[in-house]
Write a new protein. Structure first.
Length: 225
């Protein structure tokens, strides 16, 4: 078997109009605020409910003895960081908890994923909406035909990515998803599915993920020191 060669991502494109997370780097975040223990416990449980595959690593992600702080960002977004200013996840209002890409890179096995082809990389890294053709092409990866639809109760820990880079179950509309890329070892983006993977395969066109957090955006570059 040939050894997989690591190929770095290209530099993000510069866009005149960027989504919220892209613009954060040019704005000043609010000071950190340490969260109450009860709030930390609630967030910890919400994280495990949304991402059950993080259960084996939760003490590394959010140690019980460590404290969690929040940082208010523009447009009602909140970033959560640990004692050493390590970003963990972010949230808009009371919406879904989404992992920061630095957390995804530490625990890639903890999150459902899809894979884009090489041609879609530059668009995703410029903040563009991820469209279906970037996933349905030969270089893209969606769950295999016949995969279970949705997450079955009691089988949360059975889901995984196979040797071809396909997730073991269909992902549904509104579900958080990590975006991998053809020829790359680390995730390039994370966002919310606006269309389920089964529907993406059936239609072969249309938007799949909008306003993703991606490598090189404002959230990635936000100075936390």
């Amino acid at each position: 078997m040939f050894k997989k060669e690591y190929v770095p991502y290209p530099a993000p494109l510069i866009r005149p109009f960027a989504n919220l997370l892209t613009s954060i780097s040019s704005l000043q975040a609010a000071p950190k605020q340490k969260l109450k223990s009860s709030v930390q416990r609630s967030l910890r449980q919400a994280l495990l409910t949304t991402y059950p595959l993080l259960n084996p690593y939760i003490e590394e992600v959010l140690p019980k003895k460590a404290s969690l702080s929040s940082i208010k960002l523009p447009d009602r977004n909140t970033l959560y960081v640990t004692d050493n200013n390590t970003p963990v996840f972010y949230q808009q209002d009371s919406g879904d908890i989404l992992p920061h890409l630095r957390l995804v890179h530490r625990f890639p096995q903890g999150f459902p994923s899809i894979r884009i082809d090489r041609g879609a990389i530059r668009f995703v890294l410029s903040g563009a909406t991820l469209m279906a053709p970037g996933l349905t092409s030969a270089g893209g990866r969606l769950p295999a035909d016949g995969a279970p639809k949705g997450l079955e109760e009691g089988k949360e820990m059975d889901q995984k990515v196979d040797s071809e880079g396909r997730w073991s179950r269909e992902l549904v509309k509104g579900e958080p998803v990590v975006i991998m890329a053809e020829g790359k070892e680390e995730a390039c983006a994370v966002g919310i599915l606006v269309e389920g993977t089964a529907e993406v395969k059936a239609k072969g066109k249309g938007p799949v993920v909008e306003e993703a957090h991606y490598l090189g955006d404002g959230l990635w570059n936000l100075a936390l020191d």
